[in-house]
Design a protein around this ligand. Structure first.
Ligand SMILES: [Mg+2]
Length: 157
């Protein structure tokens, strides 16, 4: 195993300074993994374009109504959740760290994001702007002085 991979496997939390493919299962040390897209060098616009090109090549836009995409997104979220079903919260971190399960978990979270990107494509939503707006709303709902260290819903703070 690549030395960087051994180190990364100890700390599988996301590290923006490292290519994500070296943080989990893709630790073969091959050059193709090194050329892969990474969060640090890929824009949201590039991801959207990648998904759009994939969809258009297959003439799938005809099936991509907001209804179908939102349902597909939920279905993929369910597939992601299935990996952690019946595990305790602490144990779910071990599941996420398990090299044997890592690939499948990465695939499911990718499916979720791909459908979210395609939903934004079809609906003409600027994701960065929408996230900025929602984060500002979240900051108002969950002021640090009230919410820090608490998991309660904003109505319960
Ligand atoms: Mg899936």
């Amino acid at each position: 195993m690549h030395a960087l991979c051994q180190r990364a496997n100890k700390f599988l939390r996301y590290d923006a300074t490292q290519p994500p493919r070296l943080q989990g299962r893709h630790c073969a040390g091959n050059s193709s993994a090194m050329k892969a897209m990474t969060d640090g060098k890929t824009t949201v616009a590039e991801l959207r374009q990648r998904v759009l090109a994939f969809v258009r090549e297959r003439d799938w836009e005809q099936f991509h109504s907001p209804k179908n995409l939102s349902m597909a997104l939920a279905a993929e979220s369910g597939e992601l959740m299935e990996h952690f079903l019946w595990t305790e919260s602490k144990a779910s971190l071990e599941v996420a760290r398990d090299p044997k399960k890592r690939r499948a978990i990465e695939d499911e979270v990718a499916d979720v994001v791909i459908y979210a990107l395609e939903f934004a494509n079809i609906c003409g939503i600027d994701l960065a702007a929408a996230i900025e707006t929602k984060m500002a709303a979240n900051a108002k709902k969950y002021p640090v002085e009230k919410a820090k260290g608490r998991a309660d819903k904003y109505t319960e703070l």
